[in-house]
Design a protein around this ligand. Structure first.
Ligand code: AHG
Ligand code: MN
Ligand code: MN
Ligand code: MN
Length: 320
């Protein structure tokens, strides 16, 4: 089996981008190690602080954020970072070629129940000049690479540098990620959907109608039965979609009028959209491809509908 570094070389990935991706893989292996030790590594429970999103930070949110920030600061390659757990962008090396946006720990509500969590990251080219939030406001199509690491029963890393989506498994003994799938492919059709059904009454009519038709099963307009899954960590739900197909959505809702969307564009939706598109799937807001959005802020939120091509297309018909 090829190691991650061998695979990047055989794919002719730019040497510095490759170095940055390997650093992210190494840092994730450290996070994976801490996640596996659980209470023994002091990672469970909450801190007393809130992040810019108004969420109470879990200890592991902060530990993972600091591991990534400090690990990237040691390289000369990164001009700045934007993180879910940092209010503002953080400048690293003024000469760095890359910007990294990341969700250090996705699925925070799963930490204390020993369920799926992960790390999501997105790499953009660094524009010339002083680093500001504006430096990051590039559409997702400009991403040079994106990936996630899922800390599950095994630790897995999915990466795209724009030439398909590759999957690697962490060997906890050597600390290396080894290639297990060199071209992930999402089946075009599916009978599985993922949505937080408890928000049903707050969705727009388009999503209400679409899900209602799925629930009618083989006697309704769709003519087939659908199963439902919800891990409550995007990284886990998207990994399932990449592995066996499905549609995942966190749609617009009116539960909190000041916050109509849940997922963050720069470090959740964009990297996942690249991985999904590169595996033959679609990623939309319901009205526009995620990767075409011109970002307006580093913590901007968006509606997300992604997964199996034919099923996402079906869902988009309801949105007109
Ligand atoms: P995070 O833990 O990084 O704040 O992200 C949580 C997100 C996402 O991972 C997941 O899909 C969603 O929140 C779960 O939302 P519900 O709590 O509504 O299930
Ligand atoms: Mn998240
Ligand atoms: Mn997070
Ligand atoms: Mn959070």
């Amino acid at each position: 089996m090829q190691s991650f570094s061998q695979d990047l070389t055989s794919r002719k990935v730019d040497a510095e981008l490759s170095q940055l991706l390997q650093a992210l893989a190494q840092i994730s292996a450290q996070i994976s190690h801490d996640v596996r030790r659980g209470a023994l590594a002091g990672i469970l429970g909450a801190t007393e602080s809130e992040n810019v999103q108004g969420e109470t930070q879990k200890k592991l949110d902060v530990i993972a954020n600091d591991l990534i920030k400090d690990g990237l600061a040691k390289l000369d390659l990164v001009k700045g970072i934007a993180s879910e757990e940092e209010d503002d962008v953080v400048a690293l090396n003024p000469n760095g070629r890359f910007l990294v946006s990341f969700d250090p720990l996705d699925g925070s509500s799963n930490i204390d129940i020993n369920s799926l969590v992960g790390t999501i990251f997105s790499i953009l080219p660094a524009p010339e000049g002083e680093l500001t939030q504006d430096s990051f406001l590039q559409p997702g199509r400009q991403q040079l690479a994106a990936g996630y690491v899922l800390y599950g029963p095994s630790s897995l890393m999915a990466i795209s540098t724009g030439k398909g989506t590759q999957l690697y498994t962490l060997d906890p003994i050597s600390g290396d990620f080894l290639l297990i799938d060199d071209a992930m492919q999402i089946p075009a059709t599916t009978q599985e959907f993922a949505i937080n059904m408890s928000n049903q009454r707050f969705w727009e009519p388009a999503m209400q109608n679409y899900i209602a038709d799925l629930l009618k099963g083989d006697t309704g307009v769709r003519g087939k039965n659908f199963n439902m899954r919800w891990i409550a960590a995007m990284v886990g739900d998207v990994h399932r979609v990449l592995s066996r197909g499905g549609i995942f959505t966190y749609p617009t809702d009116t539960k909190n009028p000041a916050k109509p969307y849940k997922l963050r564009l720069m470090y959740e939706a964009n990297p996942m959209a690249l991985l999904v598109e590169q595996a033959g799937g679609l990623a939309s807001t319901g009205y526009q491809d995620i990767l075409d959005i011109q970002p307006e802020g580093i913590h901007q939120r968006v509606a997300v509908v992604l997964g199996s091509r034919d099923e996402v297309t079906e869902c988009l018909k309801y949105h007109g």
